[in-house]
Ligand binder design. Structure first.
Ligand SMILES: [Zn+2]
Ligand SMILES: [Zn+2]
Ligand SMILES: [Zn+2]
Length: 262
């Protein structure tokens, strides 16, 4: 297939915008978990990014199969992983169906630490005696690296997730950061001029390993992107429509199915 023109738009779809529990959370009867607003129903965090005929996803959690079915995505050129926590990798066995359909493998970009975890978690996929297993073509990356998936150019960012160092990504004017508790100075410098910032905000109250709302808003104010989207939210963030009214002009709560073009 021919390459798209250089000015073709990149689109991003939020496949999921929840923290590890998902929203509604099992067993919870709070007003958010009981809400009938589709924007308050959140699958685990992941995004789909497309530019021309290049298609990638960032993270591959337990809702991955359902997310791709919802969007009607049948092809992928790469998967990027931010880190090895279950809500970001548990759906990786389902990459099998896409590989079988495409009749080709595609790379999975990940840190050394995430690779170690994937090799343990999905040991059967690396055992050549087994058939019908996914084939993980792992490509190790580290903060500061640049790599391309067809015509999408990525930069790898360092993100501090409390007790673990994880990855964020810059793709042109877009920055995707989830599960941050802090952003190292070098990352703040690298993303200062981005126009679209996606960043996590778990809830209103502080948390040990994730940014809460006030911390996320402070980073947004410091970076001053044209638009910022909050993701990886728990039910404790509150009702979408009520909280959105209280946010600064350029800050938006993401929701599952939200599409951006830039
Ligand atoms: Zn997470
Ligand atoms: Zn709840
Ligand atoms: Zn995490």
């Amino acid at each position: 297939m021919s390459n798209p023109p250089a000015n073709s738009l990149t689109s991003l779809v939020f496949l999921g915008t929840a923290t590890s529990h998902g929203v509604p959370m099992l067993g919870c009867a709070c007003s958010v978990c009981q809400s009938s607003n589709p924007k308050d129903r959140r699958l685990r965090s992941s995004v789909y990014i497309r530019r021309g005929d290049t298609r990638i996803v960032i993270d591959c959690g337990p809702d991955f199969r359902q997310q791709l079915l919802r969007l009607g995505v049948w092809n992928l050129d790469a998967v990027l992983l931010t880190h090895e926590h279950n809500d970001h990798v548990a759906g990786m066995d389902d990459l099998r169906s896409i590989q079988q359909r495409q009749q080709r493998d595609f790379p999975i970009y990940l840190s050394e630490q995430t690779e170690t975890s994937i090799r343990q978690r999905f040991a059967y996929a690396f055992d050549h005696r087994h058939r019908g297993v996914p084939h993980f073509e792992l490509r190790r990356i580290a903060p500061g690296d640049h790599f391309s998936v067809k015509d999408l150019d990525m930069e790898v960012l360092a993100v501090d997730h409390g007790f673990v160092d994880i990855l964020g990504f810059r793709i042109g004017d877009l920055v995707y950061i989830t599960d941050a508790k802090r952003l190292p100075a070098e990352t703040l410098r690298r993303i200062h001029s981005c126009s679209v910032l996606v960043i996590n905000a778990l809830r209103i109250k502080a948390h040990k390993t994730h940014l809460h709302l006030e911390e996320a808003l402070d980073i947004i104010e410091q970076l001053n992107p044209s638009q910022a989207y909050l993701t990886h939210m728990s039910h404790e963030i509150g009702l979408h429509d009520e909280l959105q009214k209280q946010l600064p002009d350029q800050v938006f709560l993401s929701y599952d199915g939200l599409r951006l073009k830039f």
